[in-house]
Design a protein around this ligand. Structure first.
Ligand SMILES: [Zn+2]
Length: 329
């Protein structure tokens, strides 16, 4: 650091707390955030009668002429309450959608592990909000199956009912095959289109769980291909669809190749991340749904959507820690 910097630092020590806060805000206003200014609708009342209204901490401020609230481009978005600049957020979204690990982003963007973790999870919460606002239905030919991933307590103490020793990174299950160390992810993959992934349980899904995952997400007239698990039969009463069990007949048109490649994708990501904490598994399932079906241009559009998405709840650290965690008994 320069000697001027140290001199200023010594002067600052004599300032009061309030003086420091106003100085800090003046300094932020003078920083060019390199941020595109686009007028958006009011996040409080959705009105478009919005005018420019000066700057707040370096960010453009707006005034709503209907409800009289003021807001900035980041109010209620993943960037509200964040000290990270626009380009770091862009980089973190790109890394997330491209399937890069947190440690990769920490090195590339020069941020700490905790900051990277919080940013990643705010992005995942925002992605879940985007999916909620843009629901889709599987249609045409859709393949259904399940895959299993190792239960994971990454970053946490093992709960008292778990008697095994903690696993090392990338370790395998103690028992071979399906055991209660695995979490089941229900999957539906429309050929060349949308997919659904949701963790529900440890064992194969029951009819009730299949209904929970797919109700409202199957279009009328869909042909569902399964490998014979009877729980899927319930879907004929949930949507006007037909089910073909293709046990032992996985050739030609009747195959489960799409859902199998989705499962390989999930397992590769799981390996690259060295596991995903089970309580966050469904946040990551939403990410895998988008990442699996998105090309480069979709990822660019999604990046803009994520930066502008206003949350159904605040994207705060406390919601990162507690919002809609996956509880599997
Ligand atoms: Zn308003």
């Amino acid at each position: 650091m320069s000697s001027n910097f140290n001199k200023v630092l010594n002067i600052l020590k004599k300032f009061t707390k309030n003086e420091l806060v106003s100085l800090f805000n003046i300094a932020l206003d003078s920083v060019n955030y390199n941020e595109p200014v686009e007028k958006s609708d009011c996040p409080y009342c959705s009105s478009n009668r919005v005018i420019l209204y000066g700057k707040k901490r370096g960010k453009q401020r707006f005034l709503c002429n209907d409800c009289k609230h003021t807001f900035t481009t980041t109010t209620h978005t993943i960037r509200s309450m964040s000290h990270q600049p626009y380009d770091v957020w862009e980089g973190m979204i790109e890394d997330t959608l491209n399937g890069n690990s947190l440690s990769y982003s920490e090195d590339r963007l020069g941020i700490s592990h905790q900051v990277a973790f919080n940013m990643r999870h705010k992005i995942l919460l925002s992605l879940q909000d985007i999916e909620r606002e843009n629901p889709f239905k599987l249609q045409d030919v859709t393949e259904l199956d399940e895959t299993f991933v190792l239960e994971c307590y990454k970053g946490q103490r093992l709960p008292s009912h778990i008697t095994r020793k903690p696993r090392k990174h990338g370790a395998k299950a103690l028992k071979r095959g399906s055991s209660n160390e695995f979490i089941c992810i229900c999957s539906g993959a429309q050929r060349k289109s949308n997919v659904i992934l949701k963790a529900v349980n440890r064992a194969k899904p029951s009819s009730v769980e299949v209904t929970q995952v797919f109700k409202g997400h199957i279009a009328d007239g869909t042909l569902l291909l399964t490998d014979g698990l009877r729980s899927y039969n319930v879907l004929e009463s949930v949507a006007d669809c037909s089910i073909k069990n293709i046990t032992g007949e996985k050739t030609g048109f009747y195959n489960l190749n799409t859902v199998n490649s989705l499962h390989s994708f999930v397992k590769d990501q799981y390996k690259l991340y060295r596991g995903v904490a089970t309580k966050y598994i469904n946040r990551y399932c939403t990410l895998f749904e988008y990442a699996f079906r998105s090309g480069a241009s979709d990822i660019n559009n999604l990046k803009v959507a994520l930066l502008n998405q206003r949350g159904h709840m605040p994207y705060s650290i406390s919601n990162v820690k507690s919002h809609e965690l996956t509880a599997i008994a």
